[in-house]
Ligand binder design. Structure first.
Ligand code: SF4
Length: 362
């Protein structure tokens, strides 16, 4: 679907990460990161599979030691198709090992790996193997000089740091680059991405780092990522949560769905907040409906479903939906494209809705 968003998108340089291309008008790729011990191949394998099944487009795995590289080869040998990113800090030798092991992207900040000879070796290996490099700048790990210049990890400081690291690669004509500037401060993260979007054409990986867990983490991620995407900025996202990585992927798809940008989660459920007029248990019904739709694999269907609490305002509010119900006393009316088509008793609502949706989306 061509959304206003696509029309407005910044059109960053395209970068290929294994089977996934980001940038340009390509779909926003969802990322997450494993939290298993990388050397525990089996645990890492099952988590990568779980992430892939949940709709993760790119999986990042920490590579703290040269031995970690063997896990990447193992995952490839085991048939893992989702692109894998090796997350490396400081040690250029690990980067070289991981590139040889067949990773699809590395995350390393060239300013942290020592002299230029080392940077050049990493650049040469990545160029030869078509492996992009993601530069990842966080509020907590800024260079001393930049921190002193700005006094704190401001948006400008984050952007300057990212551009500095990129310049170290550009020296060798390497531009297969993805940038990320993350902060636990939602405003700083959003502004830093805006600065980068104006200053360069590299695709941007966006996210709010150390966002926390539960509702707070979700809200910070949704506001920071959603707000940035709405400005046309951002090519791949990670919703960082103190939670199972699979939850991050689900949250990312929910954010994209709310913006009409998810190729996976297309069903748009609108339901009223309930009020004194509500005569059915709409809160429970909305939850049950979403669970039933997920179970029947209907969440990917491009359909708008309205769940309204009353027949006074419900039909009017549901007019824009493809299908919906408006609750009455112990019953509901079924509405299709704004027309009431039948009455259903409360206990049959979910089954009727699911049957109608299946019919509509065949
Ligand atoms: S649709 Fe009806 S029940 Fe729901 S909030 Fe509006 S008036 Fe209240």
């Amino acid at each position: 679907m061509l959304t206003a968003y696509n029309y407005m998108r910044r059109g960053a340089k395209e970068v290929k990460i294994g089977r996934v291309v980001i940038g340009g008008k390509n779909p926003i790729a969802v990322q997450s990161m494993t939290n298993t011990d990388t050397l525990d191949r089996l645990a890492t394998f099952s988590q990568v599979r779980a992430l892939e099944d949940a709709g993760c487009d790119i999986v990042r795995i920490t590579a703290p030691t040269p031995e970690s590289a063997a896990t990447f080869s193992y995952l490839k040998e085991m048939g893992i198709k989702v692109p894998l990113v090796a997350d490396i800090h400081f040690d250029y030798r690990i980067a070289l090992e991981c590139v040889s092991a067949g990773v699809d992207k590395i995350r390393i900040n060239p300013g942290n790996i020592g002299d230029e000879g080392r940077v050049k070796r990493v650049v040469d290996a990545c160029s030869k193997n078509n492996v992009p490099i993601r530069i990842g700048v966080n509020g907590g790990s800024l260079e001393k000089t930049i921190l002193e210049k700005y006094g704190s990890p401001t948006a400008e400081a984050l952007a300057e740091s990212a551009m500095y690291h990129a310049s170290l690669l550009e020296k060798y004509d390497f531009d297969n680059i993805v940038l990320s500037v993350k902060s636990s401060n939602v405003t700083a993260m959003a502004q830093a991405n805006e600065i980068l979007a104006n200053r360069c054409n590299y695709p941007l990986h966006i996210g709010v780092t150390e966002a926390g867990g539960g509702k707070m983490g979700l809200i910070k991620g949704a506001v920071g990522i959603g707000g940035t995407l709405l400005r046309g900025i951002g090519d791949t996202i990670r919703v960082s949560l103190t939670a199972n990585p699979v939850d991050e992927v689900e949250a990312a798809h929910e954010i994209l769905a709310a913006l009409d940008m998810s190729p996976r989660r297309r069903m748009n459920i609108v339901s009223c907040p309930t009020c004194g007029r509500t005569k059915i248990d709409l809160i429970a019904l909305a939850k049950e409906f979403e669970e039933a739709a997920a179970k029947e694999n209907l969440l990917g269907k491009d359909i708008k479903v309205a769940l309204m609490g009353c027949v006074v305002n419900g039909p009017g509010e549901a007019r824009e939906a493809d299908i919906g119900i408006a609750g009455g006393n112990g019953e509901a009316v079924l509405i299709k494209k704004g027309e009431i088509i039948e009455k259903i008793s409360e206990g049959d609502i979910i089954a009727r809705l699911i049957a109608e949706i299946k019919k509509e989306t065949l």
